[in-house]
Design a protein around this ligand. Structure first.
Ligand code: ZN
Ligand code: ZN
Length: 297
């Protein structure tokens, strides 16, 4: 067999050459496995490191800043390519490429992106992409910083000032529950708490959080619950109304085994059910009262 030469660089070709007239190096220069723009702008939230992909803020799974950048570049640029063509990417950081702002924030860096054909691992391509980082605030952090964003109001009330200790202990418990939820998901938080005559209005970031607190309280206390909603605007994108949800919770001023007086007769609180209370007098006679009764009398 006569010797063949690369048409571009003149190197002698062998059986393994990927193309009849070109060596491997020249062939993949002409027909790269993938091509990326050499510059890439990445928008990152200054407070929480969520990154922006198509107008959406994505919460990274990584915690380290440089790993978050890699994760974002992979998800935004490479992931869909991996699906469409038979390729596997790996990303390396060029350590000496880091540039910083006057406030020591990383403003740009270079990533070395290597893609290998999964079927033919000898075929690979490497490209350097300069990532320019733009710092912004995501919607959630904008709301958090403003300190007055809320979607729901939980109104907790006791019968009168004799129950303020209970109210305080309930608020402490709610704070603990919400702090735990916030650590798991930073969209769940209390925006503000406003004192009312016999209770508190707790302004919450999500309706989901309100329901979570209600179910927490339900497993520990007895109360009257009233939900309401108010139209406050319109979501033009979804063509739906925006509602502010309110839940009023009135804690029952009695507990099991309390002794209470009704019409000069003493009763013991025998059982508290979902909406009613079972009382018994000394003669063991039963009396059933609805929750309402205890707020009105
Ligand atoms: Zn060549
Ligand atoms: Zn953020």
């Amino acid at each position: 067999m006569p010797q063949r030469f690369c048409a571009i660089c003149g190197k002698i070709l062998d059986e393994k050459s990927p193309h009849f007239g070109m060596c491997k190096t020249c062939y993949f220069k002409e027909n790269p496995l993938f091509e990326l723009a050499t510059n890439f702008k990445l928008k990152i939230c200054l407070d929480c490191y969520r990154y922006s992909k198509k107008e959406e803020w994505i919460k990274p799974t990584e915690e380290d800043f440089l790993l978050i950048i890699k994760e974002a570049v992979y998800n935004i640029l490479l992931k869909s390519m991996e699906k469409n063509i038979d390729i596997t990417f790996s990303i390396d950081l060029n350590e000496s490429s880091l540039e910083f702002s006057s406030k020591d924030l990383i403003t740009s860096l270079e990533l070395i992106i290597t893609g290998k054909s999964s079927e033919r691992p000898m075929i690979s391509n490497e490209q350097v992409v300069k990532v320019n980082i733009i710092y912004d605030l995501c919607d959630n952090c904008t709301n958090l910083r403003s300190g007055n964003y809320f979607t729901s109001i939980l109104q907790i009330r006791v019968k009168n000032s004799n129950y303020f200790d209970i109210l305080k202990s309930i608020l402490d418990q709610i704070n603990v529950v919400v702090d735990k939820e916030f650590i798991k998901d930073d969209r769940q938080y209390i925006s503000k708490i406003v004192d009312q005559k016999y209770g508190l209005d707790i302004y919450l970031s999500t309706n989901e959080l309100m329901n979570y607190i209600i179910s927490y309280l339900k497993s520990r206390y007895h109360f009257l619950l009233k939900r309401s909603k108010k139209l406050v605007g319109r979501d033009s994108q979804r063509g739906k109304g925006i509602y502010r949800l309110k839940t009023l919770i009135k804690f029952l001023p009695i507990k099991k085994n309390d002794i209470i007086e009704i019409d000069n007769q003493k009763f013991i609180v025998e059982q508290i059910l979902k909406n009613k209370v079972i009382l018994k007098n000394k003669k063991n006679e039963k009396l059933v009262k609805s929750f309402d009764y205890f707020f009105n009398n």
